[in-house]
Design a protein around this ligand. Structure first.
Ligand code: GLV
Ligand code: MN
Ligand code: MN
Length: 419
């Protein structure tokens, strides 16, 4: 039995120290922005690689920029348990979204290594680089690579500077042609487990440090382009305008109205640009994004069809043209009951009530569900705040999370035994 009873071992303190360190790898000083395949992503990946090596893992960076650390087992079971999360961030991010799962997993393996303990199965810790989808209009390239579900067209997506994913991968030192070969086969893996901050208020309200995720919302994202006619702000009469921004404003409100019409459905326009905007110009073109999510795939797809029809009607009434291109699609994913039960047992063994809750946010686990059974452990975060520099967790909760993960690892029977 792995025991963390000795009081000198405080994995939470080390986790918090490392998260502070990782937060320094940022595009700008003072705030945290670390986008996929940027120099700061590379620096963070190298730091993660060093921590993995110090924890006794054999490490490589795969064709999609994922840092992969392998801690061999006793050889009894060849299927590896994958544990992962992401090290990319949104702009002006918090320090814990994604990074906590990577750092906590390394800490758990470091603890096994410290005790010279091998489990019956190998463990692979995965630090993905593309969960947020901020730099390119595609996302989950790392986890989809592992799952073998990368659409080659993803590599042609361009960032705001016109750089393609393929070019950025090459500049990062990756060989994009190696992506298909980096995929795992279902028979090679036991399952995928992700530890992540909750990014919502439930655990705090329930006064619990951790909880077991039951399912992850499905999500669809679109890039909408509205084209009207640019004109002089002083001379074009109101009745003769084809104002792309005024049309987009109606579309934004249509999304909000439709999303609010059903409980659990959410819709967000997080980015809106007027490319050639000026104070004295009637906007001729606008680009905006739509992000729609729900635990119910049918509910989401019906709402999207309604929204597309309403945008079409708005465009026609205002004599503008609107096109919507789907940039992301992920169905709702359920966590595997056998893994949830074992996580719940590990939570209970640490003296905590094993609460189960759904995830509104997306995770790399969604992509891994295409390959293997998935499970997630949520960690309480202050005020449920995330995607915000005010994101915060308690050191004691980080400590609990690592202990629960270790108990889970220690008590996990291989699927062979379970079947
Ligand atoms: C990832 O953070 C997402 O849910 O958008
Ligand atoms: Mn995340
Ligand atoms: Mn996030």
């Amino acid at each position: 039995m792995i025991s963390l009873a000795d009081q000198d071992v405080r994995p939470g303190a080390e986790v918090m120290r490392r998260l502070d360190r990782l937060a320094r790898f940022s595009q700008e000083e003072g705030t945290l922005t670390r986008l996929f395949l940027t120099p700061e992503h590379k620096a963070a990946a190298l730091q993660v690689k060093l921590w993995m090596e110090a924890a006794g893992m054999a490490v490589h960076v795969d064709a999609a920029g994922t840092v992969v650390g392998r801690y061999d087992g006793t050889g009894e079971c060849r299927q590896a348990l994958l544990i992962g999360s992401h090290i990319d961030t949104v702009r002006n991010a918090g320090k814990y979204d994604g990074s906590l799962g990577v750092v906590a997993a390394i800490q758990a393996v470091a603890e096994l290594h410290r005790r010279a303990r091998r489990l019956p199965f190998p463990i692979e810790v995965l630090a993905f680089g593309d969960e947020e989808g901020v730099r390119f209009p595609v996302t989950l390239l790392g986890s989809r690579t592992i799952a073998g579900t990368v659409d080659p067209a993803m590599l042609d997506a361009r960032d705001d500077d016109g750089v393609t994913v393929r070019e950025a991968l090459l500049a990062f030192g990756c060989i994009p042609e190696g992506i298909p070969a980096a995929a795992r086969r279902p028979g090679e893996v036991l399952g995928y487990v992700e530890l992540h901050i909750e990014q919502g208020p439930v655990l705090e309200r329930e006064d619990l440090p951790v909880g077991i995720v039951t399912a992850i919302n499905g999500a669809s994202r679109f890039l909408v382009e509205v084209t009207g006619e640019a004109g002089h702000a002083g001379t074009v009469p109101m009745a003769l305008r084809r104002d792309a921004l005024a049309a987009a404003a109606e579309m934004v409100l249509a999304v909000e109205r439709r999303a609010a019409s059903v409980p659990e459905l959410v819709g967000t326009i997080g980015k809106l640009e007027v490319p050639a905007g000026a104070t004295n110009v009637v906007p001729g073109a606008v680009r905006f994004t739509i992000d729609m999510r729900s635990p119910d795939d049918g509910q989401r797809t019906t709402a999207i069809a309604d929204i597309m029809a309403e945008m079409e009607a708005i465009a026609s009434r205002r004599a503008v043209r609107a096109t919507a291109r789907r940039t992301y699609e992920e169905t709702a994913r359920k966590c595997a009951p056998w893994l949830m039960d074992r996580l719940a047992a590990a939570v209970a063994a640490n003296g905590i009530e094993p609460l189960r809750l759904p995830s509104g946010a997306g995770h790399d686990a969604s992509a891994l569900a295409g390959l293997t059974d998935i499970a997630m452990l949520f960690v309480r975060c202050a005020g449920g705040i995330s995607h915000n520099p005010a994101e915060a967790i308690a050191e004691a909760d980080a400590d609990t999370a690592v202990r629960v993960l270790l108990t889970f690892l220690e008590t996990l029977e291989t699927r062979k035994t379970i079947d």
